[in-house]
Ligand binder design. Structure first.
Ligand SMILES: Cc1cc2nc3c(=O)[nH]c(=O)nc-3n(C[C@H](O)[C@H](O)[C@H](O)COP(=O)(O)O)c2cc1C
Length: 379
């Protein structure tokens, strides 16, 4: 019996062998934005683990748009070759490689999580030879207490960043990525524009909701113009800020409809992250707590949607796809614990799956060992 989660799915011209996506996970291991062997192994194990779609981490479209000094980038043609090598491997092992194009805006120049997630300063220079840089944002509003005030973007800055997204999309195609996702969530630049919490502009990019959504639309058009017609474009949104007076799920439906008219195919439904270091009171964590946003986008914006966040059970992931809440399910932390999660989830959901779907270099042995253990009565 084939589960819903492990049935193929087609988005625009791209077919995925199943509906399990590896969510983007920043590794902070790049030097000058270049991918390296770390990324090959990190991403490669998810392809061997059976995921249909493997997103690489937030990838900066310009150097000042990196969140940390270790972020990956695609602002330079020289950054294409190493990503292309990784993507050839992923594709050869049956996974579709996806990129997440990013600009951190006011969240730029930040320390890695294990260095405190605070702004880079002189200490980073002395410890790691990593210098701080000036962040840009829709408005000169700090991300959190103790953060430097970002530089308010001029209309030229806006045009430059929109063009940088397009140029990075073109490089993504050259690098062999088959899906592009724009990182428009978690307090990154595109989210900073559409959320009223971080956008107090008085021009055509601020004020009303449609003005605040304008930057997202321009980014979508710029990226779409640089992709082949059959290549899917996804936007990761923070479907709510979880704060009163902030962005709400109803706003997301409007944004999704607008993005659809700009050639966006799917919304990857996350939430939160607009500012401050505390988790907002309204944000109640529970298993698959963001999946209802995907269901709402599907129902009200009539768009394909991906569910993400606090999903680790095979049965939960199956239910989300089976009941039509989402078309795909993305996992992050659980696949760090078990990169083979798609393969093991399949054997939970499909009684007859065994090790048939595993790479034969492992599956051949595991199947025979299972038979032997059963014969010997050891299992
Ligand atoms: C190590 C790590 C790095 C992450 N980096 C990114 C990122 O680059 N872009 C992004 O959109 N989300 C990032 N996230 C968030 C995940 O993609 C995901 O949305 C979140 O962890 C919730 O899913 P989970 O409960 O399955 O971990 C990261 C999460 C982890 C654990």
């Amino acid at each position: 019996m084939t589960s819903h989660l492990f049935s193929p799915f087609t988005l625009r011209g791209q077919t995925f062998k199943n509906r399990v996506a590896i969510s983007p996970m920043s590794q902070y291991r790049s030097k000058d934005g270049f991918a390296n062997d770390w990324h090959m192994v990190h991403l490669g194990r998810f392809a061997l683990g059976g995921a249909g779609l493997v997103f690489c981490e937030a990838t900066a479209v310009e150097e000042r748009g990196r969140r940390t000094p270790g972020d990956l980038g695609l602002w330079d043609d020289a950054q294409i070759a190493e990503l292309a090598r990784i993507n050839r491997f992923l594709a050869a092992e049956g996974a579709v490689p996806g990129v997440q194009l990013a600009h951190a805006g006011r969240k730029a120049s930040e320390r890695r999580p294990w260095h405190g997630e605070t702004p880079v300063d002189g200490e980073d220079m002395s410890l790691r030879n990593e210098a701080a840089w000036t962040a840009i944002a829709p408005s000169p509003l700090v991300y959190a207490d103790g953060w430097p005030v970002p530089q308010e973007m001029s209309l030229n800055d806006i045009a430059d960043v929109v063009a940088a997204f397009g140029a990075a999309a073109k490089r993504s195609v050259a690098a062999g990525f088959k899906v592009v996702e724009v990182y428009a969530a978690h307090g990154f630049l595109v989210h900073q524009f559409y959320s009223p919490v971080s956008n107090q502009r008085g021009d055509g990019y601020g004020g009303s909701r449609s003005n605040r959504m304008r930057f997202a639309g321009e980014v979508a058009q710029s990226v779409r113009a640089n992709l082949p017609d059959d290549m899917p474009l996804v936007f990761r949104l923070s479907c709510t800020d979880w704060v009163d007076g902030g962005w709400e799920a109803g706003d997301t439906v409007e944004l999704a409809r607008m993005l659809k008219s700009c050639g966006v195919d799917m919304i990857d439904c996350s939430s939160g992250g607009i500012g401050g270091r505390e988790r907002p009171r309204r944000m109640q964590l529970a298993e698959a707590f963001q999946a209802p946003f995907a269901a709402q986008v599907k129902a009200e914006a009539e768009m394909d949607a991906m569910a993400v966040g606090f999903i680790w059970n095979a049965e939960t992931a199956e239910r989300i796809v089976a009941d039509g809440s989402a078309d795909m399910v993305a996992l992050a932390r659980e696949v760090l614990a078990d990169p083979n999660w798609p393969l093991t989830a399949r054997s939970v959901l499909e009684a007859d799956a065994g090790f048939r779907h595993w790479p034969q270099e492992a599956g051949w042995w595991l199947e025979r060992r299972d038979r032997l253990l059963n014969k010997l009565g050891l299992r």
